[in-house]
Design a protein around this ligand. Structure first.
Ligand SMILES: Nc1ncnc2c1ncn2[C@@H]1O[C@H](COP(=O)(O)OP(=O)(O)OP(=O)(O)O)[C@@H](O)[C@H]1O
Ligand SMILES: [Mg+2]
Length: 284
């Protein structure tokens, strides 16, 4: 798909207005030594910001997040070029654990919870990098419950028997138990009813505001992501094809046509030329 060569960033305020907590510069990612998936991706997240990484199936969103959190190696993936700085430090060579200890954690796509553990036990597993005593961890558990009252109600239910929305909340709550400065959130809207998606995004927004947690949000659901983020990047086939303030992107004709589904004709043709592995939620 060809987006306008005129980037929305031309009119946007760059996100570097405050010092970036995350700075990804020109990274290339290769799987299995041969499959080139990211072809020079650069992005920045300002401290305390919410930034959206948008794109259709297979664009490379999850790969980008895993490159940052160093989870690629487990999938035979490798960052072969470029640099990643988190909180002023180069982090490409760090283990995922070292990164969690420094305050950067990923919430995986598909709401990974331990199905045979209770909600509360799941949340407690999120504190594994913490060295403080039980008191501090208990207080953070209460903090998570204050943001997610539903989790408090279901605290002793086995996670595997809770709803999809509750599992997504549990996955986010579990990440919060590591006391992160930044959360990489991979498709929190996936497979959830619109009302629940809204509820989860509202909670993420208040976490961002009240706790100062910076967020990098990978989403196919462009509509909701651009309502909550302040800045967005659009990925296609491993390249950033457009970036800009969320407002500028929402008003951009190409984004409207191809990603927000309000362009009528264009929406149909875009649907025709792309093959998807699953339902295109970003058009909803
Ligand atoms: N472990 C892997 N080995 C080889 N190729 C992979 C691997 N993981 C992902 N890919 C390929 O990399 C590309 C990007 O995938 P990625 O999962 O990052 O996309 P995405 O934007 O997160 O898509 P989705 O919206 O479907 O989650 C795809 O073409 C995918 O097939
Ligand atoms: Mg993905």
């Amino acid at each position: 798909m060809a987006l306008s060569s005129e980037s929305a960033s031309a009119v946007a305020t760059a996100p570097e207005a405050s010092a970036p907590i995350l700075d990804v510069s020109n990274i290339e990612v290769i799987y299995d030594h041969v499959i080139l998936v990211l072809k020079g991706v650069s992005l920045a997240v300002p401290e305390g910001g919410i930034v959206a990484l948008l794109g259709a199936n297979g664009a490379g969103k999850t790969t980008t997040l895993k490159a940052i959190s160093n989870l690629l190696r487990a999938e035979r993936g490798e960052v072969t070029k470029g640099s990643i700085r988190f909180d002023g430090e180069r982090v490409e060579a760090m283990s995922p654990n070292a990164l969690v200890t420094r305050g950067c954690i990923q919430v995986m796509e598909g709401r990974h919870c331990f199905g045979h553990l209770t909600i509360e036990e799941n949340l407690l597993t999120g504190a594994y990098t913490r060295s403080e005593g039980w008191g501090a961890i208990r207080a953070d558990l209460e903090m998570v419950y204050s943001y997610f009252p539903r989790l408090k109600e279901r605290r002793s239910s086995m996670a595997g028997y809770t709803s999809g929305g509750e599992q997504q909340m549990c996955a986010i709550g579990r990440a919060l138990m590591s006391r992160p400065k930044m959360v990489l959130l991979d498709e929190p809207s996936m497979g959830l009813a619109p009302q629940l998606v809204e509820e989860i995004f509202e909670i993420v927004k208040s976490l961002n505001r009240n706790e100062g947690v910076s967020i990098l949000l990978a989403e196919q659901n462009t509509n909701i992501a651009l309502r909550y983020a302040t800045y967005g990047y659009i990925l296609e086939s491993g390249r950033i094809v457009m970036d800009g303030d969320a407002k500028a992107l929402r008003e951009n004709e190409d984004v409207k046509e191809f990603y927000l589904g309000v362009g009528g004709e264009g929406r149909r043709s875009f649907r025709n030329v792309k093959h998807y592995k699953r339902r295109k939620r970003w058009l909803s």
